[in-house]
Design a protein around this ligand. Structure first.
Ligand code: SAM
Length: 341
């Protein structure tokens, strides 16, 4: 492979990196000037460039994009569950999460690169320390116990979606969904580089981004999850993309819900509830929450507009009043029961 940068350009470009693992990458790719690079890697960082298929992440130390993303993660992730984070030497992501109420001992940071020691060092004087694990993400996921479900995963890759020998984002994402690690309402964030050194046959740009959306939506559907792409993140620094997904454990079947809107319940008809949280005024014991699985439920007896009992609720003879959240009920064809039971 031929590299774009000679000694002169590197001198201009390289100062210090916030991702110490990239030092190794650069040195290995520019063996002839590796001592020279070592000397340069002591000052303040300024820029980022891509060499071949890899990203030389010489980003600004006060990287505004990462700060913004990290605070979105703190907002959208579930802090009552476990988090898996690809963090860098300065542990900016995990520090932001902890500052925002995530418990350090629920945060797992796999990192087998030089950053492992840097992360450890960053937390050296802290009382609350995340679990920094000296392995690749896929090794951590393989060993992960399903009962420790995940409320936040930040797959902050520094490679393309297809990755390299050590890191294969598509496989990681599929593995996490196949193992059903995501908890209901969790957040998955993925950063990839859409710059691919290989020559593309297409004249369209950023096709890897579409593939990422595809990979996540297929993996979620196959494992009975529903995903929503959240607003807030996007592309930055030419070729980097971060996409934030909200992951729901319940599936919502595809359909034209406008056509399925109801004016009142009717006995023997099949209904689905589209909401994901129990409404105020619902039975405190959670007896009305059965509908939150978003699956079709058959009405046993309807009364008036909002009152209905359901065959597969805890008490099929009890008529509940659904005036709160009624707009979330939709009628679905009878065939759906067989398809989704
Ligand atoms: C982009 S940095 C993380 C930056 C951090 N999230 C922040 O906002 O400051 C990604 C880190 O994860 C490591 N890494 C990348 N892919 C990995 C993988 N598959 N498994 C474990 N660590 C990985 C990189 O070496 C690097 O230390």
């Amino acid at each position: 492979m031929k590299y774009k940068y000679n000694k002169k350009i590197l001198k201009k470009r390289i100062n210090v990196t916030i991702y110490p693992s990239t030092i190794d990458l650069v040195k290995s790719k520019h063996k002839n000037i590796s001592n020279y690079i070592e000397k340069l890697l002591i000052k303040e960082c300024k820029d980022e460039k891509v060499v071949g298929d890899e990203r030389m992440a010489f980003s600004r130390c006060d990287d505004q994009y990462k700060k913004e993303i990290n605070s979105l993660l703190a907002r959208y992730g579930r802090r009552d569950k476990q988090s898996i984070i690809l963090d860098g030497g300065k542990a900016e992501t995990s520090k932001t999460l902890i500052k925002n109420g995530f418990k350090a001992n629920t945060i797992y940071i796999p990192n087998p690169t030089k950053d492992f020691e840097f992360i450890k060092d960053t937390y050296k004087k802290s009382r609350n320390i995340p679990d920094v694990v000296n392995c690749w993400l896929n090794e951590l996921i393989v060993k992960w116990k399903v009962k420790h479900s995940i409320g936040l995963a930040y797959l902050d890759y520094m490679c393309t979606l297809h990755g390299n020998d050590n890191c294969k984002p598509i496989d990681d994402i599929n593995l996490m969904f196949n193992k059903k690690l995501f908890s209901d309402g969790s957040c998955l964030a993925v950063t990839i580089s859409t710059h691919d050194g290989r020559k593309s046959k297409s004249i369209f740009k950023n096709q890897d981004l579409l593939e990422l959306l595809n990979v996540v939506s297929i993996a979620s559907l196959q494992n009975e999850y529903t995903i929503e792409v959240l607003k807030g993140a996007g592309s930055y620094r030419k070729s980097m993309w971060t996409v934030l997904f909200k992951v729901y454990k319940k599936w919502l079947p595809l359909g034209n819900y406008d056509k399925m809107a109801i004016k009142k319940f009717e006995t023997e008809k099949l209904y689905i509830y589209k909401g994901t949280i129990s409404e105020t005024g619902w039975n405190e014991d959670g007896f009305m929450d059965f509908c939150l699985d978003n699956k079709p439920h058959k009405c046993k007896k309807a009364k008036g507009t909002y009152n209905a009992s359901f065959f597969d609720s805890q008490d099929p003879n009890f008529i509940w009043v659904w005036d709160n959240g009624f707009e979330n009920w939709f009628e679905v064809p009878n065939t759906w029961k067989e398809r989704y039971s």
